[in-house]
Write a protein that binds this ligand. Structure first.
Ligand SMILES: Nc1ncnc2c1ncn2[C@@H]1O[C@H](COP(=O)(O)OP(=O)(O)OP(=O)(O)O)[C@@H](O)[C@H]1O
Ligand SMILES: O=P(O)(O)OC[C@H]1O[C@H](OP(=O)(O)OP(=O)(O)O)[C@H](O)[C@@H]1O
Ligand SMILES: O=C(O)c1cccnc1
Ligand SMILES: [Mg+2]
Length: 564
């Protein structure tokens, strides 16, 4: 048995045989990363001798983000790493002691000293799943005081992760499967954790790569990048290039003056009848920058072409360098556009590349990759699609990582049972009434293979069966109900942390597998749930028995008003 050195409890045999996960990626994620009121409540539970009472909490959200009808669940891996390694240090205990209002008894410090999550069980939907409002993403059971302490960190680990994964999935949906999506947001992200989290969860949600080197190292996300305007404008002239030699790609020969070869090609393009009148003199400092970059990366030459003038300078300069590389057996990668009308410029660039292919007989030159960036978001991607464009890859930063279109997901953590007694939270706003009881949830699939409905049942109800008709009821609206004969039934909540129970525990899959799951699940959804404009809400329901129980409890708990 392989166990992590940070095992939260000296007695490792108390944990199940699966490996204890490493601690959270961010070392800031400690038991103190919670709200003060969780500690004051824990103290009060302890003082009242109530801290060991067995509680069940659900973590769920109430409304899908970005005006859509689906959400991607992300952050589970970090939640389990946190729970598995939950343990207070002496320093932390001392800080809690001094932070609690009034005096704190020694007994509470001793209690914190022995505290871990060995008595906690955590059930969850698989990370990367498509999920819907009101259905618990996590169900956490355990002694009320410790589970209460977990509320804020678990919400913190799930909320942004799921929001940005959903944002990424939505960008992927608009861009289409065939496009490359690059996450470029680190410089604009909400601090270091925002940046690293954005890279991780954008990849999970369907992006192909990130520019964030730390995220590449931490999570194995493919790294991609181009160069910036500073690189282009840092060059003054071709004279700056001292070492001009470049061996051919197969090493059989060497070009002693690559700069001259580039200039020869630029002349050829300039004087060819196909390009006459399109451009005159190009910017020579830009040509120097491109040439220099090609000398450094002959196999990966990609140029940012909008520093001076895309069509009159950037594109012809790029083509001259690419053709010179081609002479030596190298294939240039392409260009990046970072300003202007990206539909128009990508179309013009494509025409230019095709004309080069034809004029100089270079097969494949017309298919040169075009990357676009600059304040992209779902709307601009959609607008570009409608106009028609020739972009192969999109670099998306600010709007993706800051989730500019919606700041937070709004997951909540609600007590649904204590000491086997179901609890409900009432609200004037029906959508905010919690669904009581320790529950199971299932996804029911229809004839066409699409998920039809998610249904929650009481813990001890029999599970829905394939081919057996079941009544699915809207949790709060009496008139909304439907019979479903499922063709496939998938139980959603699986045990990811059994505490010291001997139960089997779900493995935490690698990020790449979580991403694959996300992509596959999104492809399985009925298209009308996915469309951007007025998508159809997915049905979330409860069993007839749970429906009756919710309404019984509601009436029981709600005081009857008196009219005067
Ligand atoms: N064809 C298009 N349709 C819709 N939006 C587009 C199109 N092309 C570009 N955009 C978007 O329009 C905005 C253009 O940005 P902006 O007005 O700042 O000018 P710019 O060309 O980027 O100039 P700058 O050199 O200052 O960056 C960006 O958000 C970009 O994503
Ligand atoms: O626009 P975003 O989606 O955030 O994508 C990342 C941007 O960051 C870089 O430039 P930066 O914004 O630093 O400078 P610039 O816009 O002035 O080129 C890059 O050239 C992109 O434009
Ligand atoms: O590699 C790039 O082109 C890049 C990286 C980060 C931000 N903008 C662009
Ligand atoms: Mg910009």
């Amino acid at each position: 048995m392989e166990v992590n050195a940070n095992c939260p409890n000296g007695d490792r045999s108390r944990f199940d045989s699966a490996r204890i996960p490493d601690g959270p990626t961010n070392p800031m994620v400690t038991p103190l990363l919670t709200d003060l009121y969780q500690f004051t409540m824990a103290y009060a539970y302890w003082k009242a001798g109530k801290h060991q009472e067995r509680a069940v909490f659900d973590l769920y959200f109430r409304k899908n983000p970005f005006g859509g009808e689906y959400t991607i669940f992300a952050g589970l891996d970090e939640c389990i790493r946190f729970v598995a390694n939950f343990k207070f240090s002496e320093d932390e205990i001392a800080f809690v002691r001094q932070s609690l209002p009034g005096s704190c008894e020694d007994g509470f410090c001793n209690y914190l000293r022995g505290l871990d999550c060995s008595e906690v069980e955590l059930y969850a939907i698989a990370e990367g799943s498509v999920v819907f409002p009101k259905v618990p993403l996590l169900r956490i059971e355990g002694p009320i005081a410790v589970v209460q302490l977990l509320e804020t960190p678990l919400l913190n680990l799930v909320n942004y992760a799921s929001l940005v994964a959903t944002n990424a999935a939505r960008h992927r949906f608009v861009a289409g499967k065939s496009k490359i999506l690059l996450e470029f947001g680190l410089r604009r992200a909400q601090g270091p954790d925002g940046g690293v989290g954005a890279s991780k969860y954008s990849y999970l949600g369907g992006f192909d790569a990130t520019s964030n080197v730390a995220a590449g190292r931490l999570f194995g996300i493919p790294l991609r990048g181009t160069h910036s305007h500073a690189f282009v404008s840092s060059y003054m002239s071709l004279d700056e290039i001292v070492d001009k030699s470049l061996p051919s790609s197969d090493g059989s020969s060497s070009c002693e003056d690559f700069v001259s070869l580039v200039q020869t090609w630029l002349n050829k393009i300039q004087w060819s009848s196909a390009f006459r009148g399109i451009f005159g003199e190009t910017n020579q400092s830009e040509l120097a920058a491109f040439t220099s970059y090609a000398l450094a990366f002959p196999n990966n030459f990609l140029a940012l072409v909008d520093t001076y003038d895309v069509m009159r300078s950037g594109i012809p300069n790029f083509c001259a360098v690419a053709l010179a590389l081609n002479d030596l057996g190298y294939k240039a990668m392409g260009i990046r556009l970072d300003s202007g009308d990206l539909a128009y410029l990508s179309g013009e660039a494509r025409k230019f590349f095709r004309a080069i292919e034809k004029e100089f007989g270079v097969p494949g030159f017309g298919k040169m990759s075009i990357t676009a960036s600059n304040d992209l978001n779902e709307e601009t991607l959609d607008a570009l699609n409608k106009q028609g464009h020739e972009v192969d890859a999109f670099g998306v930063g600010t709007n993706l990582v800051t989730c500019f279109a919606q700041a937070a997901l709004g997951c909540v953590f609600k007590l649904v049972e204590i000491n086997n007694q179901p609890r409900i939270k009432l609200s004037e706003d029906v959508s905010k009434v919690s669904i009581p009881c320790k529950k199971r949830s299932y996804r029911l699939y229809g004839k066409e293979g699409y998920p039809l409905v998610d249904i929650m049942t009481g813990e001890n109800e029999p599970s829905p069966k394939v081919g057996e008709r079941i009544l699915c009821r809207h949790p709060f609206n009496e008139s909304k109900r439907a019979y479903v004969v499922p063709q496939k039934v998938e139980e959603l909540l699986k045990c990811y942390w059994p505490g010291s129970l001997g139960k089997a525990r779900e493995e935490l899959p690698p990020l790449k597998d979580i991403r694959d799951r996300c992509i596959k699940q999104l492809e399985q959804m009925r298209p009308d749930h996915m469309r951007r404009l007025n998508p159809t809400p997915y049905k979330v329901s409860v069993s007839a028995k749970l429906y009756d129980f919710i309404h019984f409890l509601w009436l029981n708990e709600a005081p009857v008003g008196e009219l005067q």
